[in-house]
Design a protein around this ligand. Structure first.
Ligand code: ATP
Ligand code: MG
Length: 415
């Protein structure tokens, strides 16, 4: 099957010229270049995807160096892996030496040797991601599809390429469900069976790799669908016994996304995911996924604040009281609690903090206070604190109000 015409229509002109140029330079070196993976899949599906992956039969790093020298590209090469990234103004392009992988044991990083395009396609996760299109002059546009990926696209199936695929690399379990939900496909029957069989193999995967897959899930348009399906299949429990999907998560994720200013959506998803956890459960989760210090702080704060929510359900609370209760928590944790809480007063107070109170600043600064005769040091600290509280509570509004209050305070402090 030849896709020359489809490539021409699908790729932006600039990219098309670039891949042709690369292929031409490769030919002079006696090498062949192919488009592979996601872009081929998405070209068939008609979804835009301009993160191009190229596989080179031959040394991809040397070819990338040559291309970078003859163009405006910035080159990032990983000689050890035989891969290179070319960065242009508007897009990036990944190039990899065709390779063969063998897994000495489940979950281990594979031993890699140079190989043919077919070897390179065999090491891939699913048939729909294991297709290539030739960019060489003599068969430009020819589809290479040794594992019937196109057929699976038509049947809307996610299918692994061999029965040990999930146990070789159990991150594929998470990837399978991510693609299945994104594309509204099904897991092919035997793939589904092997997926369930190999859930315990997740134990062979490092925390960093599992976390990375969760982060990719959180970049999907509707990650809650993926999380729910992972829950139904028993995969979540294979990562942490307390993890679950379900209606609550779905509703809260949806709400998180609708926020006008989602502070950091992926972090927020993480905080909501563990919302029902005990402290011990959370510590297990943080350790298993090797969660970064900053996100760990947000996650722990989420649970700490959750235990304090009854204090925020009281009415009336002064704005300054709300501020002092909440200022010590990461803002993502406050946001997560605002989404999770079903008590309207609590929700209102948390929202008030997030949208207004945390931004309140006094109009007078240290320099201006000095000009009013207030000396730097503890006295000024005290004055600034009282001014800030008065501003939060609406007791001072203008700069003049602040000046008056500052002067009367400094008189009191002098006495
Ligand atoms: P996406 O639209 O999600 O970016 P993609 O197909 O481009 O889809 P990437 O994660 O960018 O996916 O990976 C590029 C290609 O590398 C995939 O198409 C797949 O062939 C291969 N790949 C990625 N991760 C694995 C894995 N764990 N095992 C085998 N092959 C993988
Ligand atoms: Mg990609």
């Amino acid at each position: 099957m030849n896709l020359a015409r489809q490539i021409e229509q699908y790729l932006p002109r600039q990219l098309l010229e670039l891949v042709r140029d690369i292929s031409g330079q490769a030919a002079k070196r006696g090498q062949r270049v192919y488009l592979v993976g996601g872009v081929v899949r998405d070209l068939f599906l008609g979804y835009p995807n301009f993160d191009l992956d190229l596989v080179v039969e031959g040394d991809a790093v040397k070819l990338a160096q040559q291309v970078a020298e003859s163009s405006q590209a910035n080159l990032l090469a990983h000689r050890r892996f035989g891969t290179a990234k070319l960065r242009y103004e508007d897009f990036t392009l990944d190039m990899a030496t065709a390779r063969k992988e063998t897994y000495a044991e489940p979950g281990a990083l594979p031993a890699v040797t140079p190989g043919t395009l077919k070897d390179d396609l065999l090491r891939r996760d699913f048939s729909i991601n294991a297709m290539a299109i030739s960019l060489a002059a003599n068969d430009y546009g020819e589809l290479v599809d040794p594992y019937q990926g196109k057929n699976d696209l038509e049947r809307r199936l996610i299918r692994i390429l061999h029965s040990e695929s999930f146990s070789d690399d159990a991150t594929r379990i998470l990837r399978a469900v991510r693609y299945q939900q994104r594309l509204c496909f099904e897991l092919e029957a035997q793939t589904a069976q092997l997926l369930k069989r190999d859930i315990p193999m997740l134990d062979t995967i490092s925390g960093d790799r599992i976390r990375h897959e969760l982060e990719l899930i959180f970049k999907e348009k509707q990650p809650e669908f993926v999380i729910n399906r992972l829950g139904e299949l028993g995969v979540l429990q294979g990562i942490n016994p307390f993890l679950k999907g379900g209606g609550w998560i779905a509703e809260k994720f949806d709400r998180a996304r609708r926020l006008k200013k989602p502070t950091q959506l992926p972090s927020l998803y993480f905080c909501l995911l563990i919302y029902s956890f005990s402290e011990t459960g959370v510590e297990q989760f943080l350790a298993r996924l090797n969660i970064t210090a900053k996100l760990s702080r947000a996650i722990r704060d989420t649970l700490r604040l959750k235990t304090k929510l009854p204090l925020l359900g009281k009415s009336p609370l002064k704005p300054s009281e709300i501020y002092y209760l909440l200022r010590e928590y990461e803002s993502v944790a406050v946001q997560a609690n605002a989404i999770a809480s079903d008590t309207s007063m609590v929700h209102h107070h948390l929202q008030l903090f997030l949208t207004k109170l945390r931004y309140v600043r006094t109009s007078l600064d240290g320099e201006e206070l000095k000009r009013l005769g207030i000396s730097a040091g503890p006295e000024m600290g005290k004055v600034l604190q009282v001014l800030h509280k008065a501003k939060l509570d609406g007791e001072v509004r203008t700069k003049d109000d602040e000046k008056k209050l500052a002067l009367s305070l400094s008189l009191k402090l002098e006495r």
